[in-house]
Structure formats: structure tokens, C-alpha cells
Design a protein around this ligand. Structure first.
Ligand code: CDP
Ligand code: MG
Length: 136
């Protein structure tokens, strides 16, 4: 049975800075993800703080929000069968050092903070995160 979902993907500043956005978009397309919506934006620190509010209490929260707002990002709505889980698998582990061969973070990630991509971690959060960037 098919289970078409949508999830939020972000190409983070380290990847946009290295001009990897087209390559990463092609990776998604070649792996069966349809890019329904996309935009290149540069968010403020306050917006990043809102987006990552779930990490508020973490020691890395301030650096994380400073980083996500440090340069342009590409936000995308991806659609696929089981898109949320499929995207998490395709991204690989948070720390590129631990990411499996063939995953985006293994290929493009630089470090645990500059790990090139974000992906929603549940269907519920995907809805919240898609609304955050695409609700108008
Ligand atoms: O992005 P993911 O869901 O894999 O990881 P997370 O635990 O939700 O953390 C969000 C982001 O915070 C990560 O993608 C990392 O960029 C960053 N982070 C960090 O800088 N240092 C850590 N020890 C853990 C996460
Ligand atoms: Mg997460």
C-alpha cells in the first residue's frame, strides 16, 4: 500500500555556500523524491530560534541558530512514499562521521554542525515545519 507523505528538507548554509544546491536537489530527484515547492531564503536569527525551538535547552542551541541564519538556505517540500523516514535515511546520521556510505551527510557534510541538510523527524513535525516555511 502506498503512503505518500511530504517532508521538509533544508539545504543548510554550508552546502549553499559551496554551491551544492543543484547537486543535492538532483540527488533527491534521482532517489524518487519529488520537489513540490522550493525557495532560497536567508532567515534571521530570531526565525532560526523559532524553527529550532525544540532544541532550546541544548548547549548547541545558540550556535545552531546563529549558523542556520548565517547565510542563504534552500527550503523544500519533498514528496515520496514514506517521505519522512526515507529522507531521514537518505540524509544519514547527524554527525557526518557516523553517516553511512551513500548518504547526503556522508557525501557533503563537514562536521556535526555543518552537516549540509535538515529533514523533519516525524510526520507531525513535517507538517509543522512545512507550515513554518510555506504557509502564506
Ligand atoms: O538534524 P538532526 O535531526 O539529525 O539532529 P538534531 O539532534 O535534531 O539536531 C539539530 C541540528 O543541531 C543538527 O543537524 C546539527 O547541525 C546540530 N547539532 C550540533 O551542532 N551539535 C550537536 N551535538 C547536535 C546537533
Ligand atoms: Mg532533528
Amino acid at each position: 500500500m502506498s503512503n505518500i507523505e511530504q517532508t521538509l528538507s533544508i539545504i543548510k548554509p554550508d552546502a549553499v555556500e559551496r554551491n551544492l544546491q543543484d547537486q543535492i536537489k538532483n540527488e533527491f530527484k534521482n532517489n524518487g523524491f519529488e520537489i513540490l515547492k522550493e525557495k532560497k531564503i536567508h532567515i534571521s536569527k530570531e526565525e532560526a530560534e523559532k524553527f529550532y525551538k525544540v532544541h532550546e535547552s541544548k548547549p548547541f542551541y545558540n550556535d545552531l541558530c546563529a549558523y542556520l541564519s548565517s547565510g542563504p538556505i534552500v527550503v523544500m517540500s519533498l514528496q515520496k512514499d514514506n517521505a519522512v523516514l526515507e529522507n531521514r535515511k537518505f540524509m544519514g546520521a547527524t554527525n557526518p562521521k557516523d553517516a553511512e556510505e551513500g548518504t547526503l551527510r556522508k557525501k557533503y557534510g563537514i562536521s556535526i554542525d555543518k552537516n549540509s541538510v535538515h529533514g523533519s523527524d516525524s510526520v507531525e513535525n513535517a507538517k509543522i515545519e512545512l507550515d513554518f516555511f510555506f504557509k502564506d
